[in-house]
Design a protein around this ligand. Structure first.
Ligand SMILES: *[C@@H]1O[C@H](CO)[C@@H](O)[C@H](O)[C@H]1NC(C)=O
Ligand SMILES: *[C@@H]1O[C@H](CO)[C@@H](O)[C@H](O)[C@H]1NC(C)=O
Ligand SMILES: *[C@@H]1O[C@H](CO)[C@@H](O)[C@H](O)[C@H]1NC(C)=O
Length: 147
């Protein structure tokens, strides 16, 4: 692993980075020189692609008749596309009181008015060309607190 600002010399015009890691993404500079000419410098942007990883998925409690949102956040390069599933199949945006919104690295599944049958086990699948990852999120009934 090369710290920022480090340099090294190779005889070849290729640099091979074996076992490249995510944090090695960035700008690399290549400088070619010989005894008779000044150095020719080129910059190369290196992007490390990796499959989605969902670091945390939290269950959520929502009282009957209220608005509730399930959130799924995936780390991925290139950024992930999201799919939401229930036991009985895939959920689509605009279906029976459901909204699916993808913003940045977060996909949000919103129920405008939670009903009994909405409670249950949901699966969020994050997909990019490198692979996929899924997480299950439970929408459960929570009571309303009266003070
Ligand atoms: C939510 O759905 C229930 C049952 O369909 C209905 O009685 C209630 O008025 C709805 N609430 C809102 C805020 O739309
Ligand atoms: C939710 O569904 C997933 C996948 O179908 C399963 O692995 C998980 O055990 C379920 N969780 C609960 C609490 O039922
Ligand atoms: C996720 O990846 C597995 C193989 O690793 C594949 O079988 C499955 O179809 C993929 N699912 C989606 C939704 O792309």
């Amino acid at each position: 692993f090369l710290p920022l600002g480090s340099s090294f010399e190779v005889e070849d015009e290729f640099l091979e980075i074996i076992g490249i890691r995510r944090e090695q993404s960035g700008m690399y500079e290549c400088s070619a020189s010989n005894d008779v000419s000044t150095a020719d410098v080129r910059k190369v942007k290196v992007t490390v692609n990796y499959p989605p990883h969902i670091p945390d998925a939290r269950n959520i409690g929502v009282p009957l008749g209220h608005k509730g949102s399930l959130q799924c956040r995936a780390l991925a390069v290139p950024s992930a596309n999201y799919e939401w599933y229930r036991q009985d199949g895939r959920l689509m945006h605009g279906e029976k009181g459901v909204k699916i919104e993808n913003k940045g690295t977060i996909s949000t599944l919103t129920f405008f008015n939670v009903s009994e049958e909405d409670y249950g086990n949901y699966t969020c699948v994050a997909v990019n060309k490198m692979g996929n990852s899924s997480a299950s999120i439970i929408l459960y009934s929570s009571g309303i607190l009266h003070c």
